[in-house]
Design a binder for this molecule. Sequence first.
Ligand code: G3H
Length: 482
Amino acid sequence: ELRDWRGPFAEVLSPICKKTEDGSDPQPLVIGKTPLMNGKAALQALDAAVNAYGQGRGDWPSFSVARRIEHVEQFLAEMRSHREAVVELLMWEIGKTYNDACKEFDRTADYISDTIHELKVLDRRSSRFETVGGVVAQTRRLPVGVALCMGPYNYPLNETFTTLIPALIMGNTVVFKPAKYGVLLIAPLLEAFRNSFPPGVINVIFGRGRDTVGPLMKSGHVDMFAFIGTHKGASALKQMHPKPHRLKAVLGLDANNPAIVLADADLDLAVSECVAGALSFNGQRCTALKLLLVHESLAEEFVSRFSVAVNNLVAGMPWDKNVALTPLPEPGKVAYLRELVKDAETNGAAIVNEGGGQANGTYFHPALLYPVTTSMRIYSEEQFGPVIPVVAFRNEAEAIRHVRDSEFGQQLSIFGTDPETMGGLIDILANQVGRINLNGQCQRGPDTLPFNGRKDSAEGTLSVSDALRVFSIRTTVSTKSS
Ligand code: G3H
């Protein structure tokens, strides 16, 4: 059975989706098809991964590090040859601008080559033998087993490959379920997987998550779960495993990253970083700034400069020149964002920028909401889209409370100029978030830095080097010394 994939470009925004002849609204274009696998087919993929892992000498986990690196290098070379096709699909499937799509591809390729380099360093260190207490011992990093890797639709290439590649290179076999959207872009890479790895080492499943992932988890044969998505989704899937406590997991989950704009902040800098932080890829980044906390003395000026900056952003199709705002890939997203705006308006906030909240097909023009208060849904729900709440705070203690009260703790930005105030906030809030950005937006990169979070935002740490540790276990092999 095949499933049709439609891009986000329905209706008038698309130059190729015009009104139909009978005047009715056009449907989004079908841009490709993938197999619609069921639970049985998904379990066959898992069997292949289990067999490729554990049949004995000569299987993937027993390959030398150098040999596994060769396979990954071959994959990287083939992947690079598909750059154009993947970039094109990133634009068509999820509406990522051409520049951002190129960045996603190049960053992923860099991540793979950095991983290869880092593994060589790690391997040199862990190949040492030590003689201690009558034994000769070597403590090595060995694979965990069969890994299930699932990424998000907003970085369907990058975020999945930042788990998939470390998993493979450390000797795990993998079942890989592409994201909710951004699925077709895996198609050009299937041949590269097939050419680069022994059969069963990497297995891709296409199909609805509810039909395919549940049976995999319930089988009990998944040893490692790498998932980027919601906290709710991750918990539900983990609980399906018959022995969830044995499942090793690395999870990148919800985030509601705040920015604190202090009274002495450089306002131009704060506004331009907050606009980029809240609106690049239409706010659909886990690291996006999703709550702007601004000192009351600056709030009105901040909001007015932010509105002007939004007016200067170009809306259009991903391949248009200088475009910044594009249609959203999720069909129901516009309705959800409208609900958030309506709730805020009912409770006393207003859209302060011109045209804010206007929608056209799957395009939603950014809505800057002010003054936002703690009782509004937008204050605590992760909008993951172009609705920007601004909350005015009176003093540092109040700003700290906003950060502490959140269920999530991925990152935080602080804008200000007094080193003592900033230093104090870092010390106090370090136990709340995984990364604090000073006078800059939140971001994952550079990918060599730890990427994690506190509270319900993450489990485990991903960076080039951390990922190699996450997808392996330290095992000591020893023998009596003569
Ligand atoms: O969506 C989560 C991404 O890993 C964020 O990466 O901060 O580089 O956009 P980014």
